[in-house]
Every structure is written in structure tokens, then in C-alpha cells.
Design a protein around this ligand. Structure first.
Ligand SMILES: *Cc1c(COP(=O)(O)O)cnc(C)c1O
Length: 432
């Protein structure tokens, strides 16, 4: 499998190069030349496959011969070595809990896969690879955890100061070793812009082998398909495929789901559930795409004004507005409604949603009320304990802190403060 740049002026590359580069030299995102078709008998007999077998089968065409089959099997098995339960909330809505990984958010899947691939590829490289990543909350922790101690890889994480939750901040600032956190006085979009500038800077690229661990990197983005298949394994009514609501920010997650669907996974409809940062729902309503400045919300991992993967969604549908609209509906959910949803779902069904899952739940519930007879699932993208103030004030119940978070509170935050300025970032990187 080769990957082309969506800006169409850079040469195509294989999986190895796309992973090491992150972004194409013409600033485009890499995109697979073909969408592999899953053998229909695999879908028909999906319950008879183990998670590992499925994961290998799905990732193999994307990786091609850049990783030998035995190593790839080990990598996918390690990537998904925690549960992905599909839990009923009520009669019509299920929650695919994606927060049982080490940093309690779905981004563990992409980060674990990418770190292992890059670790493998860097053994064949001379110098170190530097991973540069911007986080709106959960990416930082997942990437720090995934890459901690990986030989030959240095990780630099940029996060917006004061705009991530306490647990998120601890997860990305307390690792040490090959992980450094830069605390940027600005928004997530500022952090993302600084990272993008760094990839384009000739001086930096001469002295460092830079790559990205955001979902623009194919090794982060592509494995996110896997849990859509795991969800379908657990979906009882196979002849009524689910409506899937995806709490969306940078649109990597939903784009991976769409890819899975176009490969053959049955999905009735997709819902792009956004907070007030809703450039894509607005596009779905009006046909005009207008990136905005990000606004802070209580579902902070989705505070993205200019979602980088939207261009991949467009490519999947050959830029045809009508086809996109047929498969995806967009919803905008305010903080007030998000809170109210957390309270209501807890009272009615005894299920504790995190703010991102609550955005998904509200959107799905609205959609299902207009489409009677359909059922669906939300992707519960983070554990509620990552947002204890919001969630506890709405449910009135203390959230039990898992051991994987408890130990963080004894650790000390270590970050380097920086303005939202590319020249500061550049100077710092060159002096490492
Ligand atoms: C990153 C994140 C999202 C948004 O995912 P995208 O792939 O950026 O759309 C949603 N919820 C949580 C908890 C996240 O960490």
C-alpha cells in the first residue's frame, strides 16, 4: 500500500515513510491509495475471530511489507491488550467504552500502535527521531505513555496552558525520560499551528528527524478503525447495523470509522457530535466550510476550530457534498446541554457519561428520536474521572479513582513554559 499527499504535489510513499514523516513535504496529509475491501465472510463470521486476528487482518494491507507479519501481529496484539466493552445504557443506546487503556482515553489505541511502529522503524535509522505533538487534552497523555522509554525516539508535547484537566496535565507532564512537555500560553489551535510550522521549517528539518504523533500521522489514525470492528462483533442485531455517534474534534476518530465502513463494516449512519466548535456540523448544514477560532468548553479534547482530518473525510467521499450528507449528520451541543445530559442519563439509566460521551449521547438521542426503529452507540472516548468536577457536580456522586490515575497525584508536574510563538519553539528545539 502506498500513500499519496492530499496536496497532490509530493511523491507517494510506503507506510514506513508516511509514519516517519508524519506529514508530506508539500504540507498535505497522507492518504491510502486504495481502500482495502474486507472479505465479506469475515464480516459474516466476525464473532468467530479473536480481537488480535481481526486487528492483524485489518492493519496488514495498510502496513504492507514494511513490517514483517510476526512483528506486526505482536504490535497489534500489544496495541489492543485491554477490553473494549459495548455496554447498554438503555434500550436503544449503547456505549462503546474506549477508556480502558492505560491513559483512560481512546487515543491509547493510536498512540500504542504508532509508538511501536516508530520504535521498530527507528531501529533501522541512524539518529534519533523526534516526535512533535500538539494536544487538546488526551493525545499528550496517550503519546507520553505509549512512547515512554522507546529507544531512539524523543517526544515533545505542546499543550495549551490551563485548558486541559488536572488528570490530563499530570499524565503528560510527569513521565520524564524521553518525554518533554511544553506548556504553551495559547489555545490548542496555536499549539497545532506551531507544530505544523516546525514540520515546514528547513533549519529544523536539517538538524532533527521530526515526525508528528497527531492523527495526521497515518500510524495514529488508521488503527482507530479497529474498535469499530470490535463494536460490531458485540452488536447483537446484525441485520440492523448501528448508528454510531462519534464525539469529534480533529475528526481523526470518525474518519477512521468511515474508512472501516467503506472497507465493508456495516454501519447505518454516522453522527459527528461536536461542542460549539462546530465547523463541520455547520458545513453539513450549509454546504460551506469555514474553520473558526477554537472556543474553550467542558469537552476540551474537542476544542478544535480547524479540524485537520476533515480533508480526509472529504477525500473519502470524493468531495461530494451529497454523499457526505447522506452518511453523516452533524450536531452542535452546548456546555449547558452537555451538563444536563450527564445529569439526566445518570438519573434515568444510572450510567455515568464523561462530557465528550455526553455530547455524543445527546446528538444520538436527537437523531434516533427522528428515526424511530433504529438503535445506536456512542463512542465513550474518555473515562469520567478525567473530568471529575463537571461530572460529579451533575451526578452528585463521587467517581472512584482508578489506580492508574491515583498514583499520578503523588507525582510532580514538569513543564517548560512557552509563548504561542513558533520562533520560541524553534530556538528551544535547536538548543536541545
Ligand atoms: C481526542 C478526543 C476526541 C476527539 O477525537 P478526534 O479524533 O480529534 O475527533 C473526543 N473525545 C476525547 C475524550 C478525546 O480525547
Amino acid at each position: 500500500m502506498n500513500y499519496y499527499s492530499l496536496n497532490k504535489t509530493a511523491p507517494t510513499v510506503n507506510f514506513r515513510e508516511a509514519t516517519i514523516k508524519g506529514q508530506a513535504p508539500d504540507k498535505g496529509l497522507y492518504f491510502p491509495e486504495k481502500i482495502p475491501a474486507i472479505d465479506p465472510s469475515v464480516i459474516e463470521n466476525i464473532e468467530s475471530y479473536s480481537k488480535e486476528e481481526l486487528a492483524f487482518l485489518i492493519m496488514q494491507p495498510y502496513v504492507g511489507d514494511t513490517i514483517d507479519p510476526k512483528t506486526l501481529y505482536r504490535i497489534v496484539a500489544e496495541t489492543i491488550n485491554f477490553p473494549f466493552p459495548l455496554v447498554p445504557i438503555n434500550e436503544n443506546i449503547f456505549s462503546l467504552e474506549l477508556f480502558h487503556g492505560p491513559t483512560l482515553a481512546f487515543k491509547d489505541v493510536g498512540a500504542r500502535f504508532m509508538s511501536r511502529c516508530l520504535g521498530y522503524f527507528s531501529q533501522q535509522q541512524k539518529g534519533k527521531v523526534t516526535v512533535l505533538v500538539a494536544t487538546s487534552g488526551d493525545t499528550g497523555g496517550a503519546v507520553a505513555n505509549g512512547f515512554l522509554g522507546v529507544e531512539g525516539v524523543e517526544v515533545v508535547i505542546l499543550y495549551p496552558s490551563g485548558k486541559v484537566s488536572a488528570v490530563q496535565e499530570l499524565q503528560l507532564t510527569t513521565c520524564g525520560q524521553n518525554i518533554t512537555a511544553l506548556e504553551v500560553n495559547g489555545s490548542f489551535d496555536d499549539c497545532q499551528a506551531m507544530v505544523k510550522d516546525a514540520f515546514m521549517d528547513a533549519d529544523l528539518n536539517q538538524s532533527l528527524a521530526l515526525t508528528s504523533a497527531n492523527s495526521i500521522n497515518v500510524a495514529r489514525w488508521l488503527p482507530q478503525q479497529l474498535y469499530y470492528f470490535f463494536a460490531y462483533q458485540q452488536w447483537k442485531e446484525k441485520n440492523h447495523p448501528p448508528v454510531i455517534a462519534v464525539p469529534s474534534g480533529n475528526f481523526g476518530n470518525i474518519c477512521a470509522g468511515l474508512l472501516a465502513h467503506l472497507s465493508g463494516l456495516p454501519v447505518q449512519h454516522f453522527i459527528a457530535a461536536c461542542n460549539v466548535n462546530d465547523a463541520v456540523p455547520e458545513y453539513l448544514r450549509s454546504g460551506t466550510y469555514q474553520p473558526k477560532t477554537a472556543v474553550p468548553t467542558i469537552s476540551n479534547a474537542m476544542d478544535v476550530g480547524s479540524p485537520s482530518n476533515f480533508i480526509r473525510v472529504m477525500e473519502l467521499f470524493r468531495n461530494e457534498y451529497a454523499s457526505i450528507k447522506e452518511k453523516i449528520s452533524g450536531y452542535t451541543v452546548s456546555d449547558a446541554i452537555t451538563k444536563q445530559t450527564i445529569a439526566e442519563v445518570y438519573q434515568q439509566d444510572g450510567y455515568t457519561l464523561d462530557p465528550h460521551g455526553a455530547v455524543g449521547y445527546y446528538a444520538l438521542n436527537q437523531y434516533l428520536s427522528k428515526h424511530p426503529g433504529q438503535k445506536g452507540m456512542i463512542l465513550e472516548t474518555a473515562h469520567p474521572v478525567k473530568f471529575p468536577e463537571t461530572v460529579e457536580s451533575m451526578t452528585g456522586k463521587k467517581i472512584e479513582i482508578p489506580a492508574s490515575v491515583q498514583y499520578l497525584f503523588a507525582k510532580e508536574k514538569q513543564s517548560i513554559q512557552m509563548d504561542a510563538s513558533f520562533s520560541q519553539l524553534k530556538e528551544w528545539l535547536l538548543n536541545q
